[in-house]
Ligand binder design. Structure first.
Ligand code: TXA
Ligand code: MG
Length: 349
């Protein structure tokens, strides 16, 4: 299959391209499109055959449910059995935006979309291209991240093409995404709302609106007996080709430790990559050193993480060392993804 790509700037109206993409969705096909978090791979959420195509294109296990994207709050009624009061408050505060809510599903949502669950994940994205596509199609759009299963989520249309060219008919290229890490997921089917995946909307932000919020113990501690409640979080998700270790401690000590480990490995012929920051990148002696951004700019760190991990895969390093980042704000979500990529290997110096 030939994959077409249309460049779409966010401030101009590209009605012709959006209409063509909307028609693909209405006919049951797949379109990759930008959202403010990561690129999504969309299909009509209420048609089981359309949802099944998503799993096939991504090579995704069919028990891993999809997020349904809507463009108006009223559309929640089209998929939810009932609308919890908390959903109204959260939507007021954070929709459109990077927050996904889990509610009980009604009978119009096929099990192919929810991976067999009786609950459904719903999100109203804020990206203008995503909203225009949903509106123009008249459909609700099921969309996981637009990567092959097991690869980092795409933050550029080029990442989508790397993984899915030849497997999907159309990519809408809206440039680099703004946030770079997938949406926060909050489960509203529990008595106390529970965060199933950390993201840009933090626990503190949710608690201001809802009062008490809990965090799924299965996502915090890799040794916890609990299985994560979001089926997707149980997968190693993305494992870099190289062995990744996070080195944590005072800046100078981290640089010194990484450099001494690097030199020892290089002597044995290994190629070593380093994830540093603008402050430290020049001090490293690895074979490929990439700065993730300025240390105090948590937003930039989030936006660059997946692109950098893809670059290391391409460069075929044997080992990667990464600095650790402050788990404040979006930093919590960054560390959640980085720890997963590292298989929780952390060296404290
Ligand atoms: O930012 C995002 O959320 C992006 C963009 C495209 O919107 N989408 C995304 O989708 O990250 P995906 O499929 O890569 O991740 C969806 C996550 C998975 O971990 C899945 O298990 C969980 O949401 N999920 C979906 N429905 C669920 C449900 N009913 N109960 C629990 N977890 C659910
Ligand atoms: Mg994903």
């Amino acid at each position: 299959m030939e994959t077409k790509t249309y460049k779409i700037s966010n401030d101009a109206i590209h009605l012709k391209e959006i209409k063509e993409a909307a028609a693909v969705i209405r006919e049951g096909g797949l379109v990759a499109f930008p959202t403010e978090t990561v690129y999504g791979l969309g299909a009509d959420a209420l048609r089981p055959e359309a949802a099944r195509q998503i799993y096939q294109a991504k090579g995704r296990p069919s028990d891993n449910p999809l997020i349904v994207h809507i463009s108006r709050f009223e559309d929640l009624e089209r998929v939810a059995r009932e609308i919890p009061k908390q959903a109204v408050r959260l939507a007021d505060a954070f929709w459109p935006g990077p927050l996904t809510m889990i509610v009980h599903k009604n009978t119009s949502v096929p099990y192919a979309t929810t991976g067999g669950l009786d609950t459904v994940a719903v999100r109203m994205p804020s990206h203008p291209v995503a909203l225009a596509l949903i509106q123009e199609s008249g459909c609700l759009i099921a969309a996981p991240s637009a990567n092959l299963s097991g690869r980092p989520s795409p933050t550029l249309a080029a990442h989508v093409a790397e993984d899915l060219a030849g497997r999907i008919p159309l990519i809408l290229d809206g440039g680099e995404v703004g946030i770079g890490i997938e949406s926060t997921i909050v489960d509203l089917t529990e008595e106390i709302p529970m965060i199933l995946r950390p993201g840009y909307i933090t626990k503190e932000m949710l608690e201001k609106v809802l009062g008490k919020v809990s965090v799924d113990p299965g996502i915090l501690d890799p040794d916890a007996l609990e299985k994560p409640k979001a089926p997707g979080m149980k997968y190693r998700h993305y494992a870099p080709k190289a062995e990744l270790t996070i080195v944590e401690g005072a800046q100078d000590a981290v640089v010194a430790q990484i450099n001494s480990l690097t030199k020892a490995l290089q002597e044995t012929g290994k190629r070593v990559g380093v994830i540093g920051t603008d402050e430290t990148a020049a001090a490293y002696c690895g074979d490929l050193i990439l700065s993730i951004g300025a240390r105090e700019d948590e937003d930039a760190i989030a936006r660059h993480l997946y692109r950098i991990l893809r670059e290391f895969d391409e460069a075929e390093m044997d080992v990667i060392y990464s600095e650790s980042f402050a788990a404040l704000g979006i930093g919590q979500a960054v560390m959640n993804r980085l720890l997963k990529a590292a298989g929780h290997q952390v060296l404290v110096v």
